[in-house]
Structures are given as structure tokens and as C-alpha cells.
Design a protein around this ligand. Structure first.
Ligand code: ADP
Ligand code: MG
Length: 382
């Protein structure tokens, strides 16, 4: 049964419209968004879809084909700190819309179905938030711009769901553009679309298929560590966020920050920001070896200094290097989830087999290697 048929069966009415939103990978610039830095994500061809119809009452009736669970709540009764489970991501959107002065006149039936793995670092959550904002805007002619969708989605994550996340995931998906990556300044929310033309090379997604653990608590811990580092540096430097520091200042930074752990977190942030600039230069020059080197350096820094990788991610990254990748790194928040690798297109089949084989031998797990396209953001498909 496809999404439309399932919709009709569950809600007893035909769906009126279908929408989709993509997943995202971040090419480089990891854990920089909440440090006010520049990041470089792009939207990829794995989608979450939603089928929708308007209701005559004020219920928001939702169902996920992934979790096989549904929820009902009245538009006017949605509260903070409610336990709607996964549907918090949907009710949070309506809560934030209301807080920001948008009137939603009627309820909706919404059924979602996603090919983005949940909790794997490809941002199924931001895809869901952007999708619900996009479809609500379209159904009720709210005329939300893609920038407004980005900001409202981040508000849902920060204010409703309590995650101290930056703006990267929501922006990467809302502003996705075919064959481009998004050079995004997370402090000022300015961006530039950079063409991603790699000739004979391509990025692939490596799935560890290990559910992430402790993501939100560890994530918030890193945010706090960076804030501590920032406070110390602000005693000497006039900066608003860590990403304003240059790598030349690292020896001075080390003198100022006596706590070894905080220093390593800060060193990751400062060095990673440098790598983003270098990566963009290398992209413009189509300098593939430099891209690979920067990916590898980024992974090392996330593993050793920022400590957000983990044995499964390290194993799949190393396996991809053994299988001939030009470079490879974890992508997203880490603690399990996915990595990316830069490979030669025509080596894909062989590469895939070698990576999966080594990963299985070392972990006993079956990973996945996916060839993906770089695609546009949310859209109405019917
Ligand atoms: P990621 O964004 O990397 O996939 P998160 O932990 O941030 O990981 O978000 C995953 C959560 O998003 C899920 O646990 C679930 O609550 C929600 N979610 C995303 N997509 C769906 C879906 N299709 N159905 C139900 N819940 C979803
Ligand atoms: Mg997420």
C-alpha cells in the first residue's frame, strides 16, 4: 500500500496534497553551528513524505508509517512539556506557529512516511519539522519564506523540544539546492550556494546502523563546554563566539584555558572552522586530494579533540579509507549514526563491497553504503 492508500484507509478520507522534504549531510564544519561558525551542508535524495487533508474541526490528527503510531490533539490545546512522543515534532510546530502570531484556522489529518533513517545523523528530525512547516504554510497560505521556516523549526527544537541545537539542520534542508552545498554562516544566518561539481568523484553515505545513544545529553554537554571556553577567551578577546578565533591564536588559547578537556573542545572548533574555508577553496579549484585530506583531518579532530565519534563510526570511516576513499568523516552530531566518504564514481560497487565486508568483520554488524544525489529542499509533489 502506498502513502495515499494508507492515508485513505486510516483517516477514511482522500488526501488532498502530498509533500516531501529531503535529508541532509554536512560536508564539513561539524559542531560549529552553535558556535556561530560557517558550515557546509547539502540536502540529499532520501525523503520524508507527508499526505494531508484539511478537517472541519480543530484536531491535528497525525500518524507515522515509520513508528506505526498516531496521535490526536486539538490545535488550541497544544501545550509545552506534553508527552506526545515523536509527535512532539508536529505539535511543537503548531505551538511555535501560534506563539509567533500565525493563525491556523482548522485542523488537519497528516500521515508521514520516511525513508530517512530515524536517529542516524541524517536529520530526520529537521526534515520532519521543515516538512510540517512547509505544508502548513502552503495549505493555509501563510507565505512563510524558507528562511522563516528555518528559524521557526529551530525554535521548535530549542524552545519546545529542549535541544540546544544550532540552525544548520533546518537550514540545510529548507534551503537545499540541487547540486549545490550551502555555505551557511550560523551566527548571522547568511548563506551562499556553492556549486558542487566533483567531476568523476562523488560523496556517498556510510551507515553504521548503530542507534545513537546519549545524543541529546552529550550534545548539550558539548554546547556547555564550548560556552565555558568562550567565557574564558572573552576575558582577553572581544569575540561573540568561538569561531571568530583564528588558528594562529591556538598557542595563546592554550595558555588561557587550563582545563585540558575544554581546551581540546575549543581546538576542534577553531581548527574545524579553518578547514571549512580551506574546503570551499579546494571545491572551487576542484582540488580533490585537498578535499580528502580535510575530511580526514576533520574526522580525527572530532574523534580525538571533540570526542563525539565512537568505535562504529571510526571503523566504517577507516574501512572506507582502506577501500579507496579519498577522504571520509563522520557527519552530523556523532555518537553513532552516519559518515560520508568522497570516492571515485566508477569505483562505487567495489568500494561498497569492501567497506561492508571490513565493517562486518570488525563489528559483526551490517552497515550500508548509499549513493545519493544532492537535491532541492521541500516541495509539494501532488
Ligand atoms: P536525526 O535527526 O539525526 O534523525 P534525531 O534524534 O534528531 O535524529 O531525530 C529523530 C527523531 O525524530 C525520532 O526519534 C522521532 O521522534 C522523530 N522522527 C523523525 N522522522 C520521523 C518519522 N518519520 N516518524 C516518526 N517520528 C519521526
Ligand atoms: Mg536531528
Amino acid at each position: 500500500m502506498n502513502l495515499q492508500e494508507s492515508f485513505q484507509k486510516y483517516f477514511g478520507v482522500k488526501c488532498e496534497a502530498l509533500y516531501q522534504a529531503p535529508a541532509r549531510i554536512n560536508l564539513i564544519g561539524e559542531h560549529l553551528d552553535y558556535n556561530g561558525g560557517l558550515v557546509l551542508p547539502c540536502a540529499i535524495s532520501l525523503y520524508i513524505k507527508a499526505a494531508v487533508s484539511l478537517r472541519n474541526d480543530s484536531l491535528i490528527n497525525v500518524y507515522s508509517l515509520n513508528t506505526k503510531t498516531g496521535q490526536k490533539e486539538d490545535l488550541f490545546r497544544i501545550k509545552k512539556d506534553s508527552n506526545y512522543g515523536w509527535a512532539n515534532y508536529i505539535y511543537g510546530v503548531f505551538f511555535v506557529l501560534k506563539e509567533n502570531g500565525y493563525q491556523i484556522p482548522k485542523g488537519m489529518n497528516i500521515m508521514i512516511d520516511s525513508e530517512i533513517p530515524l536517529g542516524s545523523g541524517l536529520s530526520s528530525s529537521a526534515a520532519l519539522l521543515d516538512l510540517i512547516l512547509y505544508l502548513t504554510s502552503d495549505m493555509f497560505s501563510l507565505n512563510l519564506s524558507l528562511e522563516t521556516i528555518t528559524k521557526l523549526a529551530q525554535k521548535v527544537e530549542n524552545e519546545y523540544l529542549g535541544l540546544k541545537s544550532g540552525i544548520m539542520d533546518e537550514a540545510a534542508i529548507a534551503l537545499g539546492k540541487k547540486d549545490h552545498c550551502l555555505l551557511l554562516d550560523c551566527h548571522q544566518f547568511k548563506y551562499e550556494q556553492i556549486p558542487l561539481s566533483l567531476g568523476d568523484y562523488t560523496f556517498v553515505v556510510l551507515k553504521t546502523n548503530v542507534p545513537r545513544s546519549l545524543v541529546s545529553s552529550k550534545y548539550n554537554e558539548r554546547v556547555d563546554e564550548c560556552q565555558k571556553g568562550l567565557k574564558i577567551l572573552q576575558s582577553k578577546y572581544q569575540i561573540n563566539n568561538l569561531c571568530e578565533m583564528s588558528v594562529d591564536s591556538l598557542s595563546d588559547v592554550k595558555e588561557l584555558i587550563s582545563d585540558e578537556i575544554i581546551y581540546r573542545r575549543v581546538r576542534h572548533v577553531i581548527s574545524e572552522q579553518r578547514r571549512v574555508y580551506d574546503f570551499v577553496d579546494a571545491l572551487k579549484k576542484k582540488d580533490i586530494p585537498s578535499l580528502g585530506k580535510l575530511l580526514n583531518e576533520s574526522h580525527q579532530s572530532l574523534k580525538d579533540d571533540y570526542e563525539v565519534s565512537g568505535s562504529y563510526l571510526d571503523t566504517i570511516v577507516l574501512a572506507s579509507i582502506h577501500a579507496g576513499a579519498i577522504g571520509s568523516r563522520m557527519t552530523g552530531a556523532g555518537f553513532g549514526g552516519c559518515a560520508i566518504a568522497l570516492i571515485k564514481k566508477d569505483a562505487f560497487i567495489n568500494f561498497r563491497e569492501k567497506v561492508l565486508d571490513e565493517y562486518h568483520k570488525k563489528t559483526g554488524l551490517h552497515g550500508e553504503v548509499l549513493m545519493v544525489d544532492i537535491v532541492d529542499g521541500p516541495s509539494r509533489i501532488k
